[in-house]
Structure formats: structure tokens, C-alpha cells
Write a new protein. Structure first.
Length: 411
């Protein structure tokens, strides 16, 4: 479904309504800490105020994605947004807790665990929110000359009809799945990009000029593609801090796989590819045009190899913009592109299918932030720009805060 309906061209056609929703979401969310509504005087947006990215950016991303997934009926519904924002973290916490029990008893014990009961209640609430909308749309479509809907709820319903499963519960479960996939990665990318721009303020002016130039007369299908500096800056953020330090996770399915160095991998062994070649100068060389990565070698060996990214530890927002100047690199230098040199969205047949929507929504939201707001780091919070690392995950620091204020010439 994602590969069919959320292609690059499909998302481009939705640019204007998504940009409008992003602007409305920003007006609701990026206000003074005490503000709870839009009933504020215009000058209330002119003072610097502190926002925590972990509590604000998810709300904006959830609203934009919900417009595509569900339509206007639920994209601003507080109950639905609360579920889509909080369900992923609660589900992961419940899964970790459930794994502490022996596998044979998990199918029974989950019925009695408070964390699992809470998830079931959230799913019931989601189903109750979606069911009347489904019913209303079915009635509208059944009418002579009735309207046809083009969002994920309609796509899921058509798919469910083919599978003879037209229940609202299936739609609710699918919607939560879409939200988990779309919101987490987009939220992390946008939050980190804001922090990166706070530390590289020389990029803010050129980015604003590009957005004004390409969208001054409204968002067109070509606008997202033409935001090439924005695309480059976001891809650089993803290069230096992907959401995980490994990619292409797989599990050994055969009995004993022997590697070329003699290592034996038993069945069910988990394997993955390190993403460190994107930022670590030690593992930062490619052995020729094939793009295959090799472990660190001696200086003599490394001197004959080709660098992937010059000065790889430095944030260079124009890195991929320069790369796109070469026709040979155009197809790999875009944010949604995948290659062995950039594993931010995976690689190959199993690369993230929603990367076009994720890249587009990130550009739409960042464009609106840049046009409407100024932002900078909180003076005593500079240490919180460092990512939070646990296991293979590298996430935006949940304590990261910025100072923000509405621009005087913002619309």
C-alpha cells in the first residue's frame, strides 16, 4: 500500500494541503508555554520562549501525517493524536516487559499486565474514533455520484475488501502501524535538523530564501524537488545521526553460515551492517566504485582508497547539493535516495518504503518553521544537543530545548 500510494509523485500532489496543515499545527504548538489556544494577541509570538522538542515536534508531525492517513476529520482530534504519539513508546515498553517472561506463558500473561491492558484500551479508542468516519464515508461513496476519498483509510479499506476483512479494528491497527512508521523517524529527523541549524546559523538565511523563491506563489508539484539546499541539509543531518547506528538487520535462517574469515553464524543469529562509514573517519573508505565497505586498514592501504565523504565528522549542509551538480550523483544525493554510502533509509528491495513521504513531510515542516520562526539554543542547554545512544539506537536527546519566537514578517 505504501509503495503504491505514497510515491514521490503522489506526495508532491499533496504539497499545498500538507503545507497548510503544517502551518496551522505550528501556530497551535510553537506558542508560549502557558498558551493553550490560538486566542492570543499577535505580539505574543514576538518574544523568545522555550520549547522542548520531544513534546512539540511529535504533535506537528502527527497532524501532518494524519491528514494523509485519515483525512481532515481526525488530523486535529486530540484523542487520536494522543494515541498516535504515545502508542509507539508504550508498545515498546510493554514488549520489553513481556519479554521478561518465558515465551510459553506470554500468550496468557499479557491479558493481566497493566501495560498490555492499556494498549488494548488505546486500540479500542482508536477503533471507536475511526468507525463512524468509515461508516459516513461508505454512505457517501454509495450515493449516486458519491465522492471518492484518497487517503490511507480508503486505501486500507479497499485492501481489506480484497482480503474479506472490512472491520474497523483492522483499520485502526493499520493506522497505528502507519503512525509508528511515519512519525518516529520524521520527528527524529526534524528535531535533530533544528538542533543542527542552531549550531550552523549561516544556513538559515539561504534556506529561507530558497523556500520563498520556490513557494512564494504557493506549493506546486515541483516545489519539493526544487528545495535542493533544504534536501541537502536534511540528508546531512541524517548522515551524521541516523536513527540507528546499524542497518539492514537480518536473521540467519540456515543451520550454520560460514563467513569468508571462518566465522560460523548459528541459526537465528542476528546480523546487521554498520552505518559508521557515514561519519567515522576510521571506517570511512570505499574500496572502489562498487561502494563496498571494508574495515579500517593500514595507512598504506587506505591511501589508495577513495574517500566517501571529505571531512566526514563535520556538518556540511551543502555537501549533497554539491554532489548533485554531477549528473552521475543526482540519483544518490537526494534525501530519499539510498546507496551503500548512505544507509539512513536502508538499502535495496527492503529500503524504507515510506521514505518519500518522510522526506517530503520533513521538508514541508522545516520550510514552515524557517519562514515563520527564529530559533536558537538555550544558553544552559548546550549539552543536550548530543544524541541519546542506547544499543544501536541514536535518538535526539529527549531533554533538548530551543528558544523560539515568531518572525515579525511571518504570515
Amino acid at each position: 500500500m505504501i509503495r503504491t500510494h505514497l510515491t514521490q509523485s503522489d506526495v508532491a500532489k499533496l504539497s499545498q494541503p500538507l503545507a497548510d496543515e503544517a502551518a496551522d499545527a505550528l501556530r497551535d504548538v510553537f506558542t508560549d508555554d502557558e498558551a493553550t489556544s490560538l486566542e492570543l494577541p499577535n505580539d505574543s509570538f514576538q518574544e523568545w520562549h522555550e520549547v522542548t522538542l520531544a513534546s512539540t515536534v511529535p504533535q506537528i508531525v502527527a497532524r501532518v501525517s494524519a491528514l494523509v492517513f485519515l483525512g481532515p476529520e481526525l488530523c486535529r482530534d486530540p484523542a487520536w493524536l494522543d494515541i498516535t504519539i504515545n502508542y509507539p513508546s508504550k508498545a515498546m515498553a510493554a514488549a520489553r516487559f513481556l519479554r521478561s517472561y518465558p515465551q510459553p506463558v506470554r500468550r496468557l500473561v499479557h491479558w493481566f499486565l497493566p501495560c498490555c491492558r492499556e494498549l488494548r484500551q488505546m486500540l479500542r479508542t482508536a477503533r471507536m474514533a475511526i468507525e463512524p468516519i468509515q461508516q459516513k464515508r461508505q454512505e457517501q461513496e454509495a450515493e449516486k455520484g458519491g465522492m471518492a476519498f484518497n487517503n490511507a483509510l480508503a486505501w486500507i479499506e479497499k485492501l481489506a475488501m480484497k482480503q474479506q476483512d472490512k472491520t474497523a479494528q483492522n483499520a485502526a491497527f493499520q493506522q497505528l502501524g502507519l503512525s509508528i512508521l511515519a512519525n518516529a523517524s520524521s520527528t527524529d529527523l526534524i528535531s535533530q535538523n533544528i538542533l543542527d541549524l542552531c549550531q550552523n546559523p549561516d544556513l538559515v538565511g539561504p534556506l529561507r530564501e530558497e523556500v520563498l523563491r520556490e513557494t512564494g506563489s504557493g506549493w506546486k508539484s515541483s516545489s519539493l524537488y526544487n528545495l535542493k539546499l533544504m534536501d541537502s541539509v536534511l540528508k546531512e543531518t541524517l548522515r551524521l545521526k541516523p536513527i540507528a547506528s546499524v542497518a539492514l538487520g537480518r536473521r540467519v535462517m540456515e543451520d550454520g553460515v560460514k563467513l569468508s574469515d571462518g566465522s560460523l553464524l548459528p541459526r537465528t543469529t542476528g546480523v546487521a551492517v554498520s552505518s559508521a562509514n557515514m561519519w567515522d573517519p576510521v571506517s570511512h573508505h570505499s574500496s572502489g566504485p562498487s561502494g563496498s565497505h571494508v574495515p579500517a586498514k593500514s595507512p598504506a592501504e587506505s591511501s589508495n582508497e577513495q574517500e566517501i565523504y571529505p571531512d566526514p565528522e563535520r556538518f556540511d549542509g551543502r555537501r549533497f547539493l554539491r554532489m548533485r551538480e554531477s549528473a552521475n550523483n543526482e540519483h544518490i544525493a537526494q534525501l530519499a535516495s539510498v546507496s551503500p554510502e548512505h544507509l539512513g533509509f536502508g538499502l535495496g528491495a527492503h529500503a524504507c518504503p515510506g521514505r518519500f513521504f518522510g522526506a517530503s513531510s520533513a521538508k514541508l515542516i522545516m520550510s514552515n518553521i524557517l519562514l515563520r520562526y527564529e530559533f536558537k539554543l538555550v544558553d544552559d542547554e548546550k549539552t543536550t544537543v548530543d544524541p541519546m545512544r542506547f544499543g544501536f539506537s541514536t535518538l535526539v536527546n529527549p531533554r533538548a530545548k530551543v528558544l523560539i519566537r515568531r518572525r515579525k514578517d511571518a504570515a
